[in-house]
Ligand binder design. Structure first.
Ligand SMILES: [Zn+2]
Length: 414
């Protein structure tokens, strides 16, 4: 292939803006305190009876079960994380599922080929892509259902690339370009979903507003700017994409071991109308035409080779968390800000509280916790807010998912 400088490996410092993250104040829930757990089991029912909010455990207590009630984590002052080597010591995994790196695969400009070829190719392989769309453009509107119905229903992540990819003439235009695209994206998902989304203002655009005004709008509309990402050069063979991204990730070439790449067009060289390549019919340096766009494109076959590698190559399967952009951002921010403490309990349980200074309505990505188990435990169930999952156990460490500020986490043997 002709590919020379195939991927431009700019030092990719992922200085993701955290300015959009609205922070909640200290948890207002002050009715909880540690005294429930100072109680022996024979007086627990008294405490439970005096705590109108804690009814979930009453039934089991009435049944004569000696299990103490769950701690509600409203105030964890005075509690701490046991030292390494002590049962209950807990760490937050660097990336989800204790993977050593994260990879986010982004697509800019909502081109027709992304809608017709790219989205299905990701969905059929169970991969989540992040689609930076321009909802005001004709190429987006030609595939509006794909963007607003099919993609969100299949775990694809939409992100804000402004309405028209045209910058902003003034403040009112900037508010429309960011705010209207945000509104459209939010309404494509269930209301319960966090409104936080990725944002990219569009290459080559001019914004006739101050940077402070842009940042204020991004915060208002819950946008996290994708500050740095590596573009995939159109003629790149799929195997080369895999090798170069894998090598760069595994050698620590990306800040915080988070690789962020983006594609533009995707097209099939056999389609001579919508896909024009330097050597017609081949994947040599193609451009995607159609719907008014003229975007550098990877060929569908090379794109699919890349995706197949992501789901079969042992490095990507075992070591890399491939996630949507905003999921990776949430994980990173939560992991950096959260704290875990252990609440003293019976020998049969480990009770943990995971707290975060971030607003849980926005930052709702589960974190992977790694807890040292007491000697003799050969199984582990993690329960948080009534939801139980089986831990993965490696040696004496249990791995499980938990939500920051999602209530006490109770580990017990199966
Ligand atoms: Zn763009």
């Amino acid at each position: 292939m002709t590919g020379s400088r195939i991927l431009a490996w700019a030092a990719c410092v992922l200085a993701v803006s955290v300015g959009c993250a609205s922070r909640s104040g200290p948890e207002g829930d002050s009715d909880s305190d540690g005294d429930v757990h100072a109680a022996d089991s024979d007086v627990v029912t008294d405490d439970a009876a005096s705590d109108a909010g804690d009814t979930a455990t009453d039934d089991s207590l009435d049944a004569g079960d000696a299990e103490p009630p769950e701690f509600d984590c409203g105030s964890t002052e005075g509690f701490s994380n046991p030292a390494p080597g002590i049962a209950g010591h807990t760490e937050i995994a660097r990336w989800k599922h204790d993977r050593s790196a994260a990879l986010t695969i982004n697509f800019d400009d909502s081109t027709p080929g992304q809608a017709t070829l790219g989205v299905p190719a990701m969905i059929v392989r169970g991969l989540t892509g992040t689609w930076f769309v321009n909802p005001g453009t004709s190429s987006y509107l030609a595939h509006q259902d794909r963007w607003e119905t099919d993609a969100p229903a299949e775990s694809q992540e939409l992100a804000n690339h402004t309405m028209d990819h045209a910058g902003a003439a003034d403040y009112a235009d900037a508010e429309y370009q960011i705010g209207e695209a945000s509104r459209i994206i939010v309404s494509a998902y269930p209301p319960s979903r966090s409104p936080l989304m990725g944002f990219n203002r569009g290459g080559g655009t001019t914004w006739n507003v101050t940077e402070e005004q842009v940042q204020s709008l991004l915060e208002e509309f819950h946008c996290i700017e994708r500050a740095h990402s590596t573009g995939i050069y159109p003629a790149t063979p799929g195997e080369t994409m895999l090798t170069q991204i894998g090598d760069h990730l595994s050698s620590g070439g990306w800040a915080d071991d988070w690789g962020n790449v983006h594609f533009h067009g995707i097209c099939d060289p056999a389609d001579a109308v919508n896909c024009v390549c330097d050597t017609p019919g081949t994947s040599s340096n193609c451009r995607e035409y159609g719907g008014g766009v003229n975007n550098g494109a990877v060929s569908l076959a090379q794109f699919e080779t890349f995706l197949d590698g992501l789901i079969t190559d042992s490095y990507f399967v075992d070591d890399v968390w491939i996630a949507g952009f905003i999921s990776a951002h949430k994980y990173q921010a939560e992991r950096n800000g959260s704290q875990v403490v252990m609440i003293p309990d019976t020998d049969e349980r480990i009770v943990l509280c995971l707290s975060s200074p971030l607003d849980p309505a926005l930052y709702d990505e589960s974190l992977t916790l790694m807890t040292e188990l007491p000697g003799g435990w050969i199984s582990c169930i993690a329960n948080q807010d009534g939801v139980s999952t089986t831990c993965r156990i490696d040696g004496t460490t249990a791995f499980f998912e938990a939500l920051p500020d999602g209530g006490a986490i109770v580990l017990s043997q199966d």
